[in-house]
Design a protein around this ligand. Structure first.
Ligand code: B1M
Length: 218
């Protein structure tokens, strides 16, 4: 039998190679062997994405390799999803989530969705490339407690500002808590654009969302 470390290393290698089918097998095997979903995510999948990110920045791998690694990451995350959620938890509230207009990065957003669901927050996931108007229209329909925006590009961060402005223009800004995050986003940027909450990672985003929902409802 493989040790936990061996399986986590195999997961990392498979992810870096973009081998989605192998990721499917290995992640299921790791779960069957009793490795927790949290450890598979934090010690297998995420460090492998960090290695890919580093190589991408150093021009050691290019967009196609990153794309297939990203697909494999999403396959692995989907398998972990039910294991990260607290089973049988009655939803405490609802969030609208999306990657902003012009931005196609969805791995971080998908992690945010999983972590929110793990805290019992129902998520309406609008996907990627979501315009301010789409966020506002979806809010009008779904009346969620939280609007959660992800951006990975310095060129698309400004769409967060436009989204906050669209909620203000629609006269519904004070009804929602707007959260922002993603690699280039900072708390001072959040303050500049008038959003409510910034967190640096998906787990703290879920914790902050839960706190905000409970505060709104108390
Ligand atoms: Co892109 N890309 N990419 N890319 N890509 C970056 C972001 C980049 C930093 C790489 C680099 O060059 N150094 C760079 C941006 C530079 C900049 O803006 N200054 C970049 C570029 C330039 C581009 C293209 C323009 C490349 C090109 O075409 N020449 C292009 C743009 C496409 C577009 O969006 N319009 C592009 C394309 C792609 C791929 C399609 C190949 C692929 C995305 C696939 C996919 O998502 N399905 C991709 C990837 C994978 C990356 C890197 C390598 C990894 C991103 C990632 O998934 N990380 C990235 C390099 C990097 O980030 N260092 C890079 C793992 C993920 C778990 O982290 O998403 O940061 P992240 O999420 C974190 C936190 O940020 C946070 O939680 C997560 C951790 O728990 N978080 C939130 C995220 N959202 C949150 C919301 C919250 C709270 C926390 O509250 C609501």
């Amino acid at each position: 039998m493989n040790t936990a470390n061996e399986i986590l290393n195999d997961i990392s290698t498979a992810l870096q190679g973009g081998k989605a089918k192998l990721i499917n097998e290995l992640v299921n095997k790791a779960l069957a062997d009793g490795i927790t979903a949290k450890d598979i995510l934090e010690q297998g999948l995420l460090p492998a994405m960090d290695i890919i990110a580093e190589k991408f920045m150093n021009n050691e791998v290019y967009v196609p390799e990153v794309l297939i690694a990203a697909r494999a990451m999403n396959v692995g995350s989907e398998i972990l999803k039910p294991h990260l959620a607290e089973s049988g938890v009655k939803p405490i509230g609802k969030a609208l989530l999306g990657t902003v207009k012009g931005d196609l990065h969805d791995i971080g957003k998908n992690l945010v969705r999983m972590m929110f669901e793990g805290k019992g927050i129902e998520v309406i996931d609008l996907g990627v490339d979501v315009s301010p108007e789409q966020f506002v229209a979806a809010y009008q329909k779904e009346k969620t407690d939280i609007i959660a925006l992800s951006a990975l590009l310095t060129t698309t961060m400004n769409e967060m500002k436009n989204t906050v402005a669209a909620f203000t223009a629609a006269g519904i800004r004070e009804k929602v808590t707007i959260m922002v995050g993603g690699a280039p986003v900072t708390d001072s940027f959040r303050a500049d654009i008038g959003a409510d909450i910034y967190t640096s990672d998906a787990a703290s985003a879920a914790e902050a969302a839960k706190k905000a929902i409970l505060a709104q409802k108390s």
